[in-house]
Each structure stands twice: as structure tokens, then as C-alpha cells.
Design a protein around this ligand. Structure first.
Ligand SMILES: Nc1ncnc2c1ncn2[C@@H]1O[C@H](COP(=O)(O)OP(=O)(O)OP(=O)(O)O)[C@@H](O)[C@H]1O
Ligand SMILES: [Mg+2]
Length: 371
């Protein structure tokens, strides 16, 4: 074997598999009695934006923490940028950028100070650090705010700084855990534009968790829907929506919802019906034809009154309803993003503090902090 062949073989072993930036297989994680992840398989291609969509407590952050070396899985393997996260924490951390849900930014420092500190953590020479920080300020559009203390920043500016902090060392893969939760619609769009731009212009692979349907729909090339620690559906947003049918008819009912459901189910135009509260969602082949048929049928049922009836194309929430029997709790999208950050349980809060102590997984030289 020539030296050249040996070098090539070594490269092949070292190099990440070309078809997967993230390859997680059978990931499990328990917290006491709680099974947060129950055998999760995820494959994300290089250059892809993967949206991990699920309600509060579904297991999104737990998976992000496993994939970013902050938390050890109880079972399964995760290969990130070609490296097993359980084997070489530091090497993974050099290749990934992470913006956690519970961002830990020191409010007393300026954006520039924080970025420079971050560069130092990654052992970047001073000159190079300064140049990189200047680049990032432009990239995330923070401008003059860079020299103001972070406590003066708006929520959206803090998220953009967080994004910049995750990008200091020019990672291949960016992990964003609920990057826009609690932001107003304008700031939300700004973050979306930023993520899209980074993905398109720099080829960055993005793994992002969200509980906003619209966010997954708009941003993600592919979406994995998680409920109770399991992936219940996966595909492009279009594939997922198409998988449940052509149209959905939504009827809001006063009276006996279950009787109404039986009546609708028996109609030939109707493929399936789900109940969530006082709302009936019927998957139908032809919305415009099904609406009058459903209205007439329900009108004849004693003790049932229809207060609203409409049809639309299926949404990711309809997909979620179809596979889990529930709507994505909170349904922030349907209520105009009015909700602020989710209230955290005491345990989750404690864990976030622990993550902070670990340095948020940002510095690559803080290896060996898995628990
Ligand atoms: N450190 C911990 N100790 C105990 N239970 C935990 C801990 N971290 C997470 N859990 C539990 O694991 C489950 C998944 O939590 P996780 O934080 O991954 O959900 P999530 O999808 O990120 O939710 P959210 O949208 O609210 O952020 C929940 O039941 C949660 O209470
Ligand atoms: Mg979370």
C-alpha cells in the first residue's frame, strides 16, 4: 500500500459521511421515571435546515443537549459532523454552534466583549478574533448596539447576539433551540431571514427546534414531529401535509361533540374525523363539496349546534392532530404568537443552571462535561 493510499484511507475514516451532518440512532434518555427520549432516529443532510417540531415537554431540548454533547444519552448513538458525540466532545464542539433555549448572556457586558470572549474560548488569535467579530456584527445586523451593554438589548437583539455567539468559530452545523419563542412577529421574521441567509450563503446545516408550526413550515427543508419522546412523523412540510389528505373541514360545535362526530364520520365525503375540545376536524377529499354536506347533516342532529364551519388546506398542526390525537398545545400560531416563553418546571430550571455552569457548551475546550 502506498503512502498516498494510506492517507486517503485515513481521510475517509476521518471525514464525516457525505450524506449525514447529523445521524442519531435509537437515542433514549430518561430523567428518573420520565422518558424524555424514547428511541429517536434522526438523519440530517449537510446543508439542510431540519425543523424539530413539538409541544412543551416533547423532548426537543433533551435531544439538542444530547447532540451538542451537553447531556449523555442513556442509549443510542449520535454522530455529529462525522464524530461520535460520546467519544470526542471537544472535536464535536469545534464543529458545531449552539444557541440554547435558556440563553445565558451576561447582561453587564457589551455584545462585542462577549463575542471577543467567545473567540478567546476557541483559542482564536487576537487579530483574527477582531476580524471575525466585525464580520459577525454585519452578519447579524447588530451595528452600533455592539458597544452597548446587553441589558439594554431587546429580546430580538439578544437572540441575534446569541446567534452571533454560536457562529464565532465558523461552525459547520448550527443548533438553535426555539430561537424565536417569545419574540414578536417582526423580530421572529428577522431571525428567520438570518437563518435562511446563513444556510444559503454559507451552506450551514441547521438543526432547529420549535413549537411554532409556521416556523417549521417556512424555514425547514424537512420537519420531524416529536411527541412524548418519539418522532411521530417526518418529511418535507408539503409531504407531511399531503399525507393526510387534500382538505380539512373544521367545525366548532356546541352540544354533544361525540354525536356530531359520529354523524360526520358516516358521510361519504369524509375520510377521518378528530375531536379536540369543541372542535371537529374532518379530513376530506373535496372541501368545497364537503362543507355543505357536513352543515346539512349536523343541522339535523338534535342537541348539536354548529357555531363555525370552514375548510382549508391541511397544516402541520393537522398532521400532528392526525398522528397524536391532539393539537400542538398552546397553539401559539393560531393565537397570533401572543404567548411568551414556556413556564419551566423546577427540574428543568435546575438543569438549565447546570448547563450554564458547563459554559453553555460553547467553548470547545470545556470537554468532558457530559453527565
Ligand atoms: N433535568 C431534567 N430533570 C427531570 N426531567 C427533565 C429534565 N429535563 C427534561 N426533563 C423532562 O423531560 C421531558 C422532555 O423535556 P424537554 O425539555 O426536552 O422538552 P421540550 O420539548 O424541549 O419542551 P419545551 O418546548 O417546553 O422546551 C419533559 O417531561 C421534562 O419535564
Ligand atoms: Mg425545550
Amino acid at each position: 500500500m502506498t503512502t498516498e493510499t494510506i492517507t486517503r484511507i485515513e481521510r475517509a475514516v476521518d471525514a464525516p459521511p457525505a450524506d449525514a451532518a447529523i445521524l442519531a440512532t435509537g437515542i433514549r434518555r430518561e430523567f428518573g421515571e420520565t422518558v424524555a427520549l424514547d428511541g429517536v432516529d434522526v438523519r440530517v443532510a449537510p446543508g439542510e435546515i431540519y425543523g424539530f417540531l413539538g409541544p412543551n415537554g416533547a423532548g426537543k431540548t433533551t435531544l439538542v443537549r444530547v447532540l451538542t454533547t451537553l447531556l449523555r444519552a442513556s442509549a443510542g448513538t449520535a454522530i455529529v459532523a462525522g464524530i461520535d458525540v460520546a467519544r470526542d466532545t471537544a472535536a464535536v464542539r469545534y464543529r458545531i454552534g449552539v444557541a440554547l433555549q435558556e440563553a445565558s448572556i451576561d447582561p453587564g457586558q457589551t455584545g462585542r466583549e462577549l463575542l471577543e470572549l467567545q473567540a478567546k474560548l476557541f483559542a482564536m488569535p487576537k487579530q483574527q478574533a477582531r476580524a471575525r467579530v466585525a464580520e459577525l456584527v454585519d452578519l447579524v445586523d447588530l451595528g452600533d448596539a455592539m458597544d452597548r451593554r446587553v441589558e439594554t438589548y431587546s429580546g430580538g437583539m439578544k437572540r441575534r447576539l446569541d446567534l452571533a455567539l454560536a457562529l464565532v468559530h465558523d461552525p459547520e452545523i448550527l443548533f438553535l433551540d426555539e430561537p424565536t419563542t417569545g419574540l414578536d412577529p417582526v423580530s421572529r421574521r428577522e431571525i428567520w431571514d438570518e437563518v435562511r441567509r446563513l444556510n444559503r450563503e454559507q451552506g450551514l446545516t441547521v438543526f432547529l427546534t420549535t413549537q411554532y408550526l409556521e416556523e417549521a413550515d417556512e424555514l425547514a427543508d424537512r420537519v420531524g414531529i416529536i411527541a412524548n419522546g418519539r418522532i411521530v412523523a417526518e418529511g418535507t412540510p408539503d409531504e407531511l401535509k399531503r399525507s393526510i389528505g387534500r382538505d380539512v373541514v373544521v367545525a366548532t360545535i356546541e352540544g354533544d361533540v361525540l354525536v356530531a362526530r359520529r354523524v360526520i364520520e358516516s358521510l361519504p365525503a369524509v375520510e377521518s374525523v378528530r375531536v379536540a375540545g369543541d372542535e371537529l376536524t374532518a379530513v376530506v377529499s373535496d372541501g368545497p363539496a364537503a362543507v355543505p354536506a357536513i352543515a346539512v347533516a349536523l343541522n339535523e342532529v338534535d342537541g348539536v349546534r354548529v357555531t363555525q364551519l370552514s375548510f382549508r388546506r391541511p397544516s402541520l398542526d393537522d398532521v400532528f392532530l392526525e398522528v397524536t390525537g391532539n393539537r400542538i398545545a398552546g397553539a401559539a400560531d393560531r393565537h397570533g404568537y401572543a404567548r411568551s416563553s414556556p413556564v419551566r418546571g423546577a427540574d428543568a430550571g435546575r438543569d438549565a443552571d447546570a448547563a450554564r455552569d458547563e459554559g453553555s457548551g460553547r467553548g470547545a475546550d470545556q470537554g468532558g462535561t457530559q453527565r
